[in-house]
Ligand binder design. Structure first.
Ligand SMILES: CC(C)(COP(=O)(O)OP(=O)(O)OC[C@H]1O[C@@H](n2cnc3c(N)ncnc32)[C@H](O)[C@@H]1OP(=O)(O)O)[C@@H](O)C(=O)NCCC(=O)NCCS
Length: 147
């Protein structure tokens, strides 16, 4: 498995995973547009030409927002999301980002366990933040420590 910045040829597979996974998915054009956004960094885990998972992020000043994390259903519980998030942290630490922030659905136990295991802490709650279905978002944050 390789972990590397997203390539344009991977946008269609990522958009397909978005549709399969999220009720408000990113479409292919929006995913592809991230390649031209200087604030964005998307990392992709792949085996050959097959996308296994990805994490999308955008950085403003010294704060990075995680936009989405997803792993193919048949590749879950193999440590791929953890590996992607650790690789993202490595990139961000080298580029001088101080912290990562993200929102997660309150009911999303797998994602909450993933983030908590990596040291993210809850810093807030956005009531009714999500649609389809309406749900609160927990705001999680991790301060990045330079080695
Ligand atoms: C959440 C998600 C990204 C996890 O991906 P993954 O590659 O399966 O996660 P990993 O194998 O790296 O798991 C790392 C840790 O997260 C936790 N975790 C992951 N899936 C879990 C599950 N189904 N139940 C409980 N804990 C889970 C565990 O602590 C796990 O460590 P362990 O396997 O050593 O116990 C994946 O389930 C997914 O794509 N879900 C749908 C999209 C989504 O909810 N994204 C997050 C939006 S904020």
């Amino acid at each position: 498995m390789t972990i590397a910045p997203m390539r344009g040829t991977q946008a269609a597979q990522i958009a397909a995973l978005e549709r399969e996974t999220f009720s408000l998915p990113w479409d292919e054009a929006s995913v592809r547009a991230e390649l031209d956004n200087p604030l964005s960094l998307w990392l992709v885990a792949a085996e050959g030409e097959t996308v296994l998972g990805y994490v999308g992020s955008q950085t403003a000043f010294d704060d990075t927002d995680i936009l989405n994390v997803c792993v193919r259903p048949d590749a879950r519980r193999r440590g791929i999301a953890r590996t992607l998030l650790c690789a993202l942290e490595d990139h961000l630490i080298r580029s001088g980002t101080a912290r990562i922030t993200l929102e997660v659905r309150a009911s999303n136990e797998p994602a909450r366990a993933l983030y908590e295991g990596l040291g993210y802490v809850r810093v807030g709650l956005r009531r009714g933040y999500y649609e389809k279905p309406r749900e609160d978002a927990l705001i999680l944050q991790k301060e990045l420590v330079k080695p």
